[in-house]
Design a protein around this ligand. Structure first.
Ligand code: PEP
Ligand code: MN
Length: 343
C-alpha cells in the first residue's frame, strides 16, 4: 500500500506518518514524486486496520497495491482449486451442472424434476426449501419438509443436493441434508451468516450480490474461507444495471475477471441472470465458452404453474436440448484446446 501525501504536506506531517506506520511493526519508505511525496508501506497492512492514517495531517490518499482478500486470491494460491464432492469435481475439466426448480413446491414436483435433471446429465439437483422472497406474502418455501424431499430425490437419483441457507439458525438443518450450502445474492454481505456457514464443514456456493463489485464478492468469499472452509464456489447470477429488459445483467466478463483474480471455481446462473427462459441457452453456452466451471439453471415440469420464477425456468424438453448443446460445446472446447488460459 502507498500513502500519497498532499502537495503542501510538511516534513513534520511526513515523519509523523512514517512513525505511525513503523510503530505497528511495518516498514515505511519515503519516495519523492515530482510534486508530492509518497510513503510506501511494506508488510501485512492488516496491522494498520486500527490506525486512521487517512485522517492524519498531510495525507491525500491511500492506495492499496495488494488485495484485501488473501485466501481467495490467486496471488497467494496460483493453482486453480478443484473441489471434489464425492467424486464430482467442481473446477475440473468438465462443467458441472446444477439444475432444478426455483423452489421445492411438493414431493411430486421435486421427484418429477429430479428425474428430468438426472436424464439431462446434471450432477446436482437445486431447489430452495427456504426462499428469500421480495414480498413477505410470496411463497416462503417448505423448509424442513422441502429438505426431506431433496434428500429423497438424492436417494432415488444419485444427484447431489445444493440448496440455499438464509439464516444462521438454518445452517444446521440445511447442512444435515445439503451437499453444497448456497448463499443467495441477497445474503452475499450478511457477514454474520458468512462467518457461521464457513464453520459448518460443508462446501459453500456464494452467489454474487445484487449490486456487488467483484472485489466485494471476493471479500465475501474471504469471510467464509477465513471462518474455516476452503471449499468456496462462486456463482455469477447477474447484477443490477439500468437495463430493464432482463431481470439482471448477466456479467460474463466476471468469469474472466474471477479466473484472473481468484483460484476458486465459478459457476454461472443464466436463469436469475436474465429472468427469461429463452435467454438461458445462449447465455449458458456463452458462459461455458467464457471458461465457467459450470452452470446453475432453473427447470420445472410446468413453468406456467411454478410458485416462483416460472418465467426463467426451462421445461424438461428445453433443458434436455440445452444439455445437448453444453455437451457438444464442452467437447469442442476440450478437443480444440480452447479452454481460456488463466493469465
Ligand atoms: C436461487 O438461486 O434460488 C436464488 C434465490 O437466486 P439469487 O440468490 O441469485 O437471487
Ligand atoms: Mn429462483
Amino acid at each position: 500500500m502507498v500513502i500519497i501525501m498532499n502537495i503542501d504536506a510538511t516534513e513534520k506531517d511526513i515523519s509523523e506518518v512514517v512513525h505511525t506506520v513503523e510503530e505497528t511493526g511495518l516498514q515505511a519508505k519515503i519516495m519523492e514524486g515530482a510534486q508530492q511525496k509518497i510513503v510506501g508501506v511494506i508488510g501485512d497492512k492488516t496491522k494498520l486496520a486500527s490506525v486512521a492514517i487517512g485522517a492524519m495531517n498531510g495525507v491525500e490518499n491511500i492506495v492499496a497495491i495488494s488485495k484485501n482478500y488473501k485466501l481467495a486470491s490467486r496471488e497467494f494460491h496460483p493453482q486453480s482449486t478443484v473441489i471434489d464432492i464425492d467424486g464430482v469435481k467442481i473446477g475440473g475439466a468438465e462443467p458441472v451442472i446444477m439444475a432444478g426448480p426455483c423452489a421445492v413446491e411438493s414431493r411430486e414436483q421435486l421427484l418429477m424434476t429430479a428425474e428430468i435433471v438426472k436424464k439431462g446429465g446434471a450432477q446436482f439437483l437445486r431447489g430452495g426449501a427456504y426462499k428469500p422472497r421480495t414480498s413477505p406474502y410470496s411463497f416462503q418455501g417448505l423448509e424442513v419438509e422441502g429438505l426431506k424431499y431433496l434428500a429423497e430425490a438424492r436417494e432415488k437419483t444419485g444427484l447431489k443436493i445444493i440448496t440455499e441457507v438464509t439464516t444462521v439458525e438454518g445452517i444446521a438443518p440445511v447442512a444435515e441434508y445439503a451437499d453444497i450450502m448456497q448463499i443467495g445474492a441477497r445474503n452475499m454481505q450478511n457477514f454474520g451468516l458468512l462467518k457461521e456457514v464457513g464453520k459448518c464443514g460443508k462446501p459453500v456456493m456464494l452467489k454474487r450480490g445484487l449490486s456487488a463489485t467483484i472485489d466485494e464478492w471476493l471479500n465475501a468469499a474471504e469471510y467464509i474461507m477465513n471462518a474455516g472452509t476452503p471449499d468456496v464456489i462462486l456463482c455469477e447470477r447477474g447484477i443490477r444495471t439500468y437495463e430493464t429488459y432482463t431481470r439482471n445483467t448477466l456479467d460474463l466478463s466476471a468469469v474472466a475477471a474471477v479466473k484472473h483474480l481468484s483460484h476458486l471455481p465459478i459457476i454461472v446462473d443464466p436463469s436469475h441472470g436474465t429472468g427469461k427462459w429463452r435467454m438461458i441457452k445462449p447465455m449458458a453456452l456463452a458462459a461455458i465458452a467464457a471458461g465457467a466451471d459450470g452452470l446453475m439453471m432453473e427447470v420445472h415440469p410446468n413453468p406456467a404453474k411454478a410458485m416462483s420464477d416460472g418465467s426463467q425456468s426451462l421445461t424438461g424438453e428445453h433443458y434436455l436440448d440445452l444439455m445437448e448443446g453444453v455437451r457438444k460445446l464442452s467437447k469442442f472446447i476440450r478437443d480444440e484446446n480452447l479452454v481460456p488460459l488463466v493469465a
